[in-house]
Design a protein around this ligand. Sequence first.
Ligand SMILES: NC(=O)c1ccc[n+]([C@@H]2O[C@H](COP(=O)([O-])OP(=O)(O)OC[C@H]3O[C@@H](n4cnc5c(N)ncnc54)[C@H](OP(=O)(O)O)[C@@H]3O)[C@@H](O)[C@H]2O)c1
Length: 269
Amino acid sequence: MQYRAFGRTGWLVSEIGYGMWGMAGWTGSDDEESSGSLDRAVALGCNFFDTAWAYGDGRSEQLLGELLKRHPGKRLYTATKIPPKIRKWPAVSTLKDEGLVCAIGISINRWQPANVLKALATGLIDSVQVVYNIFDQAPEDELFVECRRRNIAVIARVPFDEGSLTGTLTAETAWPAGDFRNIYFQPDNLKQTLEHVAALRPHVPRDMSMPELALRFILQHRDVTTVIPGMRKVKNVEANLAVSDAHPLPTELMAELRGHRWDRWIDIP
Ligand SMILES: NC(=O)c1ccc[n+]([C@@H]2O[C@H](COP(=O)([O-])OP(=O)(O)OC[C@H]3O[C@@H](n4cnc5c(N)ncnc54)[C@H](OP(=O)(O)O)[C@@H]3O)[C@@H](O)[C@H]2O)c1
């Protein structure tokens, strides 16, 4: 596992971190399997975990708390997103002064990577979390440049476009009622997404899977501090974490992947 400096915090975090939404918010999750996957990730050198109170109303944070207790000797970094109970946002510098948090980040709305730029100019922000993958390349335009200039850490989220860039979806794919992916992959978006995935497929090298290619594309960008694939299965943890030790992608392949940029807007969270 390779590690990268987390902006100006002085932390060294694994360039492949862990996304913890699915295990608490998506259908088909199994706590025992998720906990086993988290343990395997720690054993393989992952030290950065992304959660939120909203992921299962605290369920994901609970799973992370249990993980921390199981590994007391390890330095594991946790990033969460917590709304204040009284719904009134405190001044962020107070949270730091009181020692409640070590760093402050902003999780940026999907497909609006530049709407955070004024907030970054306050100097209060240590990290951003943004959707960045083979399709969603817009963060490169302005956000990454600004983060580099201000030494702000970049957490790349949704590396597989919620699953399409694993190459496993079909026109018939659907999830049980209440699963977010039914909203995201609403019929129009699923159809268009599958066309984009089909266009990408011939460019996946023979000795590489689509998920591996998706992660290597992201890690190639030196402004990315860590990428946080969502994982609930040990086999996915092992496959994804192994990508950190791969060589950089060839220039010609990167040029081809740049052509798969897809700027879009659909009304979803
Ligand atoms: N701030 C926000 O508003 C926000 C929004 C979305 C996401 N996030 C964060 O970003 C993280 C990542 O995004 P995400 O989980 O939504 O989507 P994602 O990482 O783009 O995709 C996750 C999906 O990919 C599958 N997968 C992972 N590795 C695979 C592999 N090697 N082969 C095949 N399939 C694989 C997972 O399967 P299994 O689950 O079955 O292992 C899961 O179905 C979240 O978990 C969360 O921490 C934050």
